[in-house]
Design a protein around this ligand. Structure first.
Ligand SMILES: Nc1ncnc2c1ncn2[C@@H]1O[C@H](COP(=O)(O)OP(=O)(O)OP(=O)(O)O)[C@@H](O)[C@H]1O
Ligand SMILES: [Mg+2]
Length: 317
């Protein structure tokens, strides 16, 4: 299970360096005011809950998710199941933040515990339990392993993450953990939501904010998982790095004195004189070659990021 093709690494080295730099800036600067931190964390929790459940087919909108979580109301026309999925995920998140605080290691027990919150009151028979039968993943190019192997595979995976024999950085490790866990598919249901929680236990313990996979990127995410099933981790690694950068930027932009100068590329090209076309800058953003992040359907970047890229190119010539 561990022959992992690492050729993707070189292409992402600059991106990883940038993410670590951003983390360092966050950690070195004075902590954000408590209120500001709380506000960001709350907004991220709602976003995270909305996106992870929407990927899975839940039809609550972001606004409706917010109403359920903050005002406790049930939304007309939505099933109780959908309501519980939002509530449960919030509970799971609270537990997750506690786990981070307590420096709880990522092990089979903590994964099962997170899973139990995800499915509680919805599929109580499955909650916190490994599957004892076969599963299929719609649209996937493989069949998850036999149920009898699940427990051992899960232990192996946890050991791999704990020992990190390939000396991967924590973002890579979280990415590979993410893929291997959904590949094992240890549960009858709730695999995706659980791994998107557990992966972040890993990242948050390293001092990163959570990486949130957006429902807008669902197709890309599934395609990236299919590539990973074939041993190619590039797309998934890029997607994770971009998700992480987005939240890093949210925190950085909240820092006192930060001038939030990320702008939509289409606006940037209109307002500034830039050395490249809109199409080319968008391509660089999608490929992770410049400091950029996606919000909704749009990529945002800064004039400085484009200038940095141009200078680097010149130097390399
Ligand atoms: N082609 C694929 N290869 C490997 N894993 C996949 C593939 N397609 C989807 N997955 C993973 O399986 C998850 C779906 O599994 P499952 O339905 O048990 O989880 P869920 O939480 O109920 O729903 P979801 O994960 O869709 O939010 C996806 O979220 C994704 O993480
Ligand atoms: Mg499901």
């Amino acid at each position: 299970m561990w022959d992992i093709n690492l050729v993707y690494r070189e292409k992402l080295q600059a991106t990883y360096n940038r993410l670590y730099e951003k983390k360092a800036i966050l950690q070195q600067s004075r902590p954000l005011p408590k209120i500001a931190l709380q506000k960001i964390q709350e907004a991220l929790s709602i976003e995270w809950t909305y996106n992870t459940n929407s990927i899975e087919g839940n039809t609550l909108s972001l606004r409706e998710t917010q109403m359920v979580l903050q005002e406790g109301i049930t939304v007309k026309g939505k099933s109780l199941r959908e309501h519980f999925e939002a509530k449960n995920h919030e509970t799971a998140l609270k537990r997750l933040y506690k786990m981070v605080e307590n420096k709880q290691v990522l092990d089979a027990k903590s994964i099962l515990e997170l899973h139990s919150y995800v499915l509680r009151s919805i599929e109580d028979d499955y909650a916190g339990r490994l599957r004892n039968g076969g599963v299929r993943i719609a649209g996937a190019n493989f069949l998850p392993p036999n149920a009898q192997k699940v427990s051992d595979l899960l232990d192996e995976l946890v050991e791999f993450v704990g020992q990190n024999p390939l000396q991967l950085n924590s973002i890579e490790l979280a990415t590979i953990f993410h893929h291997k866990l959904v590949w094992i598919h240890p549960f009858f249901d709730g695999n995706g939501r659980t791994v998107r929680l557990a992966m972040n236990l890993e990242l948050m313990q390293e001092g990163f904010p959570p990486a949130i996979i957006l429902t807008n990127d669902r197709k890309k995410y599934y395609e990236a998982l299919n590539q990973a099933n074939k041993g190619d981790y590039f797309k998934l690694s890029l997607l994770m790095a971009q998700a992480l950068e987005r939240t890093l930027n949210i925190y950085l932009n909240a820092m006192p004195g930060s001038d939030d100068n990320y702008r939509e590329i289409s606006n940037l090209v209109k307002e500034e004189s830039l050395p490249y076309s809109q199409e080319y800058i968008s391509l660089l953003a999608r490929q992770g070659k410049i400091d950029a992040y996606k919000e909704g359907r749009n990529w945002l970047t800064t004039k400085q990021a484009i200038e940095d890229y141009r200078l680097k190119r010149e130097r390399n010539r």
